[in-house]
Design a protein around this ligand. Structure first.
Ligand code: GLU
Length: 348
């Protein structure tokens, strides 16, 4: 009798394990993926008009593979992304992932600044569970809209055990990218997302996930950064380098109280001479100056043509200017000592 009972319990448990679907939260922030326009053949549309419930309803297949829950965090084009939404998003991601019942999170996001939000979350999420950002290049009303399959793929990536511990991920156009590496490289092309320094770390084709690379820099549970108790982030400005440049923007950044300045310099992160002079003044006043490159790939070398040691400048390794800005904002919550911040750029 007792054996029979035990067999019955094992059968019931086994059956429930077979049918148990992972719970995936979809946190919506807006963007083209939630955009709509008047015509299937027009590039003109409004971002963030479709709510999370409608986004989920447009991809009914995801309900077959996971228990899907949706929350609206914001409803903006990602050109309007800001520190307030980041902090709200990070708090919610951490609260959900520390709840035993949540297996992974998909964040729908505009593509313009997706790389910055992904890298920010990569540095402040306190969990190994998958967090996947996804977007679309064509709105839901466009011919060949890419959003629904991107969402289906993102949910599959968020459910996949192999996605755990890889930091925050970006899924677009059948590719899985690491948050640190990914960048938007073209204005309207569906294959705009690339990881120029390393390549994408995996692929996802109609929900079939394959990984080929492992991110090696510190992220999520090994990151020293946290949003706990943070109400705002320090101001960091990016200055874009070019020929025949004035020092005006650097001077304005100093006047307006920037705590850090990122130079997207020419070539190997080089400043125009008048800009260099202004940056030297900024660094002397305790503003952290980070040199990076406007070229789109490669590392900015320490001390190649600029005497970083003499002026107390920092270089961004191979982070692009937008991501160097994110890391500097978080670094400044810990220290404004350039040598310590230089170490962060080697670790993250
Ligand atoms: N500017 C919009 C955004 O980033 C459109 C780009 C997109 O989502 O593809 O939200």
């Amino acid at each position: 009798m007792r054996l029979l009972k035990r067999a019955f319990v094992i059968m019931v448990l086994g059956a429930s394990m077979l049918v148990a679907k992972p719970t995936i939260y979809i946190l919506a922030t807006g963007g083209t993926i939630a955009g709509s326009g008047d015509s299937a053949l027009s590039g003109s549309y409004t971002s963030g008009t479709v709510t999370v419930d409608k986004l989920i309803a447009a991809v009914p297949e995801i309900n077959e593979i996971a228990t899907i829950k949706g929350e609206q965090i914001a409803q903006i084009g990602s050109q309007a992304m800001n520190d307030e939404v980041w902090l709200k998003l990070a708090d919610r991601v951490n609260a959900l992932l520390n709840d035993g019942g949540v297996d992974g999170i998909v964040i729908t996001h505009g593509t313009d600044t997706m790389e910055e939000s992904a890298y920010f979350l990569n540095l402040v999420t306190k969990s190994k569970k998958p967090v996947v950002l996804v977007g679309a290049m064509r709105s839901g009303t466009s011919m060949s809209a890419d959003g629904p399959l991107n969402i289906y793929n993102a949910v599959n990536v968020a459910m996949d055990k192999a996605s755990a511990g890889k930091g925050v991920l970006v899924v677009m156009n059948d590719k899985i990218h690491a948050a640190r590496e990914v960048t938007k490289t073209a204005t309207t092309a569906v294959d705009t997302f690339k990881s120029p320094n390393t390549g994408n770390i995996g692929t996802v084709n109609y929900g079939i996930v394959n990984y080929y690379l492992q991110p090696t820099r510190k992220h999520t549970v090994s990151s020293d950064f946290s949003v706990k108790g943070l109400k705002e982030l320090p101001r960091v400005d990016v200055i874009f380098g070019h020929t025949n440049q004035t020092a005006d923007f650097v001077e304005t950044a100093i006047e307006k109280g920037a705590k850090g300045i990122v130079l997207a310099g020419v070539g190997n992160g080089n400043p125009y001479p008048s800009v260099e002079e202004a940056l030297i003044k900024a660094a002397a006043q305790g503003i952290v100056v980070v040199r990076t490159s406007r070229t789109g790939s490669g590392s900015t070398s320490v001390g190649a043509e600029v005497d970083d040691a003499k002026y107390g400048f920092v270089t961004s390794d191979n982070l692009n200017a937008a991501k160097a800005r994110v890391l500097l904002q978080l670094a400044l919550t810990k220290t404004n000592e350039p040598s310590k911040i230089q170490k962060f750029y080697k670790e993250y």
